[in-house]
Design a protein. Sequence first.
Length: 251
Amino acid sequence: MEYSLKKSLGQHFLKDENVCKNIVDELQKNSFDRLLEVGPGGGALTKYLLKIPGINFKAVELDKEKVLFLERAYPAIRGRILNESFLDIDPPFEEEFTVVGNFPYNISTQILFKVLDWKQQVPVVVGMFQKEVAERAASKEGSKVYGVLSVLVQVFYKVEYLFDVDPSCFNPPPKVMSGVIRLTRRETVPEMKSEKAFINLVKTAFNQRRKTLRNAVKSLFTPEELKDKLFDKRAEVLSVEDFAALTFRMN
């Protein structure tokens, strides 16, 4: 049973069994009743996920050829695959569910933003991304790679960088290192004026990250507010909590 690789879909299939087992071990550190696998591809992770007892499992796979392959190779998955793009689907369960995947690299940041849309229903995500995206999601203020993605994810989730994955663990090998991260929903989210205000502030602040905050976000605050010394700083030194607190002072 063979299948072809589709470059256009950013497909790199895991072939290293130890990496698959490590991801599943990390996943099972949290209990869950429902699980969604994104982009099962050739089923490297899927074959382990199907063995987890007592859960309702579903997968979403855009590539019709892979869907047919998975249904032949793993009959237990029949009726559990949504043949669609993850970015287009509605939540596949009514209740809370965990998300896992070796995420397609060409849409990885969009996947994280989609999870944020679903945060009321998704307490945990364990996923593999290209290392650069994984590091951005996990980085703290003061880091060179700390930015919009870091802040918008971390205001709602605690992010742990779990381990690196070498290109040789895939077929075909990607040109970059990969990294596995875990997102765990925060029990208390920092108070903010509104999500809309928070997102607007963060995006505006990092849009010109070389400038001081005063120059970057001057359109959002009164001249009086902008006299505060805080605005001498750059966006990358502000914590998630700092950004949330600052929303209450916006126009």
